[in-house]
Ligand binder design. Structure first.
Ligand code: NDP
Length: 477
């Protein structure tokens, strides 16, 4: 098989690689992808550093043209890239194509942002002096991404980094290098100068760690687990470097007695189980008031019976496999923990056999859970959801906020009073009313509070907060 190589200083390099395996069919090898050595990562950082002066002063039309061309090619190839995404990550084809489309929209948005770069001109407090406030690029940005959004997360970090004039060293998750390789190839062919974008695939312990240890990386943007996020933070403080972390969630969805049952069930099923529950914005705690509890649990269980788990590329599949054997073990371990803790496994949770060897798991629903159980406090990152019964809205709100995390939170209600109160009092970064907790737009801020996120928001025009540094200049007129 051809090796998909790393891109360092504008050259494709690497002679050995590792196999990218399809979680729907472990006999299907998606491709072979090079593994960068620590020395190659250092070369990539040096190349990005050397390319920075030129790229940071490049014309906005050049940046616009490259980002726009990239958006157009991604969109034109959405079927092919969506299939690649489904093969390497296990999302259904519809979800894969949706994510690819979103990546194209992100590049398109930041192509537009290159034409809207602006500063401020103010009068000084001292007469006769002018003040200018401008934003400048940071320098070399290290991008470290997780496996659960193989194209959207790389896009929402690479596009703003380049738009604002930074150069990049990009390390995708080892489990899903395919889509990352494809977008780097597209950007390279779209005309990026040598060294502006460098791709270094391989394990976090070597590639990621070499990036964390480099004094030449001015900013690191990371999405992944809380544990690795803490390492990124510690190393970045050591190097006096800017960093941005997007980590886990334990997202609550409140269902009140006055909820539209159909809306509540659909939102819970979507955000709990679609994409195999492998979204940091997935709902994993359903906090349900007494009056609707039994009706809601019955209706959600009926809905779950209609969810087809199977090969990601089959048209009848609603939920694909778990991403790999390690994540599958994590999911089934938590199902055992939930049972041991005294929650009732009301539906699902079994390993499933399909025509092809893959990591298939029936989505699981726990009832009679409490908010203190480990299944309610720790991120499982699989299709495993708990229902917690509460007396009223006040108890539900307190419980929704009683978590170390604060990424997304939802409420299903027909009451304007409760919806408004929840929007104002939820301690999450994103709040959804009568909508799934997962599923966000590409042009507005994304991010959370508490242990879920650190640093400025991602996406939309708020991305400038991380990818630029502010300069204030005074001139005697
Ligand atoms: P990790 O935090 O291990 O991985 C995220 C990225 O960090 C990957 O590219 C990984 O590389 C890299 N990395 C790992 N170790 C280091 C290091 N020492 N220095 C620098 N980079 C490093 O998460 P996983 O992908 O292993 O997932 C584990 C758990 O994290 C999941 O079960 C889930 O709970 C959570 N998670 C949360 C996500 C979210 O969006 N909130 C997304 C993904 C995971 P590589 O994998 O190639 O070794």
């Amino acid at each position: 098989m051809t090796i998909h190589q790393n891109l360092i200083a504008g050259e494709w390099v690497g002679t050995t690689g590792s196999e990218n395996v399809n979680p729907s069919d472990t006999n299907d090898i998606v491709g072979v992808y090079a593994q960068a050595t620590a020395d190659e990562v250092k070369q990539a950082i040096a190349a990005a550093k050397a390319a920075f002066p030129g790229w940071s002063r490049s014309g906005i039309l050049e940046r616009h043209a490259i980002l726009k061309k990239t958006a157009d090619e991604i969109l034109a190839r959405k079927q092919e890239l969506g299939t690649l995404l489904s093969r390497e990550e296990g999302k259904t084809l519809a979800e894969g194509i949706g994510e690819v489309t979103r990546a194209a929209q992100i590049f398109d948005f930041f192509a537009g942002e290159t034409l809207r770069l602006a500063g401020e001109v103010l009068p000084s407090a001292r007469p006769g002096i002018g003040v200018e406030i401008t934003r400048e690029p940071l320098g070399v940005i290290g991008i470290i991404t997780p496996w659960n959004f193989p194209i959207a997360i790389p896009a929402w970090k690479i596009a703003p980094a380049l738009c604002y004039g930074n150069t990049v060293v990009f390390k995708p998750a080892e489990l899903v290098p395919g889509c990352s390789w494809a977008i780097v190839d597209i950007l390279h062919r779209a005309g990026l100068p040598k060294g502006v974008l460098n791709l270094v695939m391989g394990p976090g312990s070597v590639v990621g760690q070499t990036m964390l240890d480099s004094p030449d990386i001015a900013g690191i943007t990371f999405t992944g687990s809380t544990g690795t996020g803490k390492r990124v933070a510690a190393a970045s403080i050591e190097h006096n470097r800017k960093f941005q972390l997007e980590m886990g969630g334990k997202n609550p969805m409140i269902v009140l007695d006055d909820a539209d049952l159909g809306v509540a069930v659909e939102a819970a099923a979507n955000s709990g189980f679609f994409s195999t529950g492998q979204r940091c914005t997935a709902s994993s705690r359903l906090i349900v008031t007494e009056g609707i509890h039994d009706k809601f649990v019955n209706a959600l269980t009926e809905r779950m019976k209609n969810i087809q788990v199977g090969h990601a590329l089959k048209p009848e599949t609603h939920v694909g496999p778990v991403v790999d054997v390690r994540q599958l073990k994590q999911d089934t371990d938590y199902i055992e923990i939930g049972v041991k803790e005294g929650a009732k496994l009301a539906f699902g949770g079994e390993r499933l056999e399909r025509d092809t060897p893959g990591f298939y798991l029936q989505p699981a629903l726990f009832t009679e859970a409490t908010n203190q159980m480990r299944i309610s406090r720790e991120e499982i990152f699989g299709p495993v959801v708990s229902v917690i019964r509460v007396k009223d809205y006040d108890e539900a709100l307190a419980m929704a906020n009683d978590t170390p995390f604060g990424l997304s939170a939802g409420i299903a209600t027909t009451s304007l009073k409760y919806a408004t109160h929840f929007k104002r009092n939820s301690e999450a970064g994103m709040v959804m009313v009568n909508l799934p907790t997962a599923g966000v737009d590409f042009h507005v801020p994304f991010g959370g509070r508490k242990a879920s996120s650190f640093g400025p928001r991602e996406q939309g025009k708020y991305a400038a907060e991380f990818f630029t540094v502010v300069k204030t200049a005074y001139t005697l007129a």
